[in-house]
Design a protein around this ligand. Structure first.
Ligand SMILES: Nc1ncnc2c1ncn2[C@@H]1O[C@H](COP(=O)(O)OP(=O)(O)O)[C@@H](O)[C@H]1O
Ligand SMILES: [Mg+2]
Length: 182
């Protein structure tokens, strides 16, 4: 029974489920926390239906990374590069809905290399597997109670403790204050 729910996750690295994310602000706060785990070259694939909160979560990740916003739902834009305001990695925000494959992403000639960026792909499931073996797959689901589940894939994530992502969102600001206290 222990393997139920982690099918497809490599090397026994466990999936982590967020606490309930009752508001868009909670989803953004949780995104800030997720961003603290990210570094240049990382890929995050977001799955969930229209309105599930993929762009909202990306806004939180962008806030956590300290990038220049705003992060919005691109209607005609396939990928947008948000430069860092804090000498960190840029955020490459991709909407793969209209993308035929990841060869097309390489062809976009973005003003940033994916190796140096944090790349977030909405609607990337089924495509992102070709881009990198190392990735976080985040699934946003639920209507009354929204949650995000995070499945790590590849060596990059094999030794990373993701359990912080399961902590209550209400504790986030308290944690930050504690971490910054002398
Ligand atoms: N708990 C929640 N998490 C995320 N978004 C929420 C939540 N509750 C309400 N919303 C709203 O739902 C919408 C989600 O839209 P969006 O993030 O663009 O979804 P997607 O990119 O998955 O299509 C936004 O209008 C957001 O304000
Ligand atoms: Mg979106």
């Amino acid at each position: 029974m222990a393997s139920v729910g982690v099918a497809g996750v490599g090397a026994g690295v466990p999936e982590v489920v967020s606490p309930a994310l009752p508001t868009a602000e909670a989803t953004r706060s949780w995104g800030v926390r997720l961003a603290s785990l990210l570094r240049p070259g990382d890929l995050v694939v977001l799955t969930g239906g229209l309105g599930a909160g993929k762009t909202t979560l990306t806004q939180g990740i962008g806030e956590g990374l300290g990038i220049r916003g705003p992060v919005t739902s691109p209607t005609f834009v396939i990928a947008r590069v948000h430069p860092s305001l804090v000498a960190g990695p840029p955020l490459v925000h991709v909407d793969a809905y209209r993308l035929g494959g990841f060869a097309e992403l390489d062809d976009l000639d973005l003003d940033a290399s994916l190796e140096e960026s944090v790349t977030i792909v909405e609607w990337g499931h089924g495509l992102a597997e070709d881009l990198s073996d190392d990735r976080l797959e985040v699934v946003l689901e639920g209507e009354d109670v929204r949650t995000a589940s995070v499945a790590p894939h590849g060596q990059r994530w094999a030794a990373t403790d993701l359990t912080v992502l399961a902590d209550p969102v209400e504790d986030l600001s308290a944690d930050t204050v504690r971490a910054e206290a002398p």
